[in-house]
Design a binder for this molecule. Structure first.
Ligand SMILES: Cc1cc2nc3c(=O)[nH]c(=O)nc-3n(C[C@H](O)[C@H](O)[C@H](O)COP(=O)(O)O)c2cc1C
Length: 324
């Protein structure tokens, strides 16, 4: 096992609920944390920017209240995601609020910046940086990130293109800090597999779209329930960077998911200006949703993962006896 900061040792199961543009909101974050996994949301989901102050107050107060009433089983810590790309002109403002509220975990994506890490460390926070290859991982750690999130092929959002085995194996050659693995993880067995592979945490996004708390339309939630990996299309058309999307939403937008043109890289848009159609009308999703068969509460879903995880661990112990 790697060097895990104490703040991440309190989880009920080794899972981080990943941040999702538009979808994640304080309600989802609070329920994820109460259920015992890290809950997170992108700072950019708060609009206008001033709303972030209110949202951070809401999350901090709700979790403090929960912890006061449940001292024997306190909530897991929460995380705020910062898009560290030059198109994000709110970064400084949003980081100042994270410092004000001492956000326990900062998740950085689309770039690594030393000043963000320094700001988080100033109050004892930690930074996990998401990467899709070993080169970006080295850069992130050199700039002071505490941990890594390996985004493998099949993940929702801006997925990588590498096998999770290739990524984790290479990272574990040199990195012994906290490591989360992302990409299609949607069951207790898969969480255990991520750990067996060398990761410390499973980083799970798309399955949480089909929860009552998620800020997604009922049609989007239903599409997650009804779709499988066959319905996921990998394209760079919508934001300039390759990502995974639900084919039915692409068809509904009048496009043929099997014949999408390549994007114009000069028009990269990560949603920072609020104008991107991607994510709102073109629905993001990873490939792991084939096992999501109903819309439930986030707490119920985490409970299911927990049960499956314990069962998988017990099963594995039996198998390892056979091969010992
Ligand atoms: C709809 C959607 C929106 C996303 N938005 C963001 C985002 O704003 N910032 C970010 O770092 N990752 C974003 N992601 C990626 C997730 O944080 C995470 O890497 C991914 O969901 C993990 O793969 P999975 O969906 O297969 O579980 C998004 C993913 C989805 C599905």
């Amino acid at each position: 096992m790697s060097n895990i900061p104490s703040i991440l040792k309190s989880l009920r199961i080794p899972v981080i609920g990943s941040p999702m543009f538009i979808i994640s909101n304080p309600k989802l974050v609070i329920e994820q944390c109460k259920a015992g996994i890290v809950g997170s949301m992108p700072a950019l989901n708060a609009r206008p920017a001033s709303q972030l102050d209110e949202w951070l107050a809401e999350i901090t107060e709700a979790l403090a209240d929960y912890n006061a009433k449940n001292p024997e089983r306190p909530a897991a810590p929460f995380a705020i995601n910062q898009i560290v790309h030059k198109s994000n002109d709110r970064l400084e403002h949003d980081m100042e609020l994270c410092v004000k509220y001492k956000v326990p975990i900062i998740i950085t994506s689309l770039g690594a910046r030393e000043e963000v890490n320094v700001a988080a460390h100033s109050y004892g926070g930690i930074v996990l940086h998401d990467i899709i290859n070993n080169k970006f991982a080295h850069k992130a750690i050199d700039k002071g990130a505490d941990g890594l999130i390996a985004v493998a092929t099949g993940a929702g959002g801006h997925a990588g293109s590498k096998s999770p085995f290739a990524l984790v194996q290479e990272l574990r050659e040199w990195f012994d800090g906290p490591l989360a693995l992302a990409g299609s993880i949607a069951s207790g067995k898969s969480i255990l597999a991520a750990q067996a592979m060398g990761a410390d945490f499973a980083y799970i996004g798309s399955p949480f779209i089909a929860t009552h708390e998620a800020r997604a339309s009922e049609d989007y939630k239903q599409a997650i329930v009804e779709s499988t990996s066959d319905d996921i299309v990998y394209s760079n058309l919508f934001t300039g960077v390759h990502g995974n999307y639900l084919a039915p939403s692409i068809r509904a937008a009048g496009l043929d998911p099997e014949n999408l043109p390549e994007s114009d890289p000069s028009k990269m848009n990560f949603g920072g200006d609020g104008k991107s159609k991607a994510w709102k009308d073109i629905w993001g999703s990873g490939q792991g949703i084939g096992v999501i068969n109903e819309v439930t509460s986030a707490g119920e879903f985490v409970h299911k993962l927990h049960q499956e995880y314990i069962e998988a661990r017990n099963e594995l112990l039996k198998t390892s006896e056979v091969f010992a």
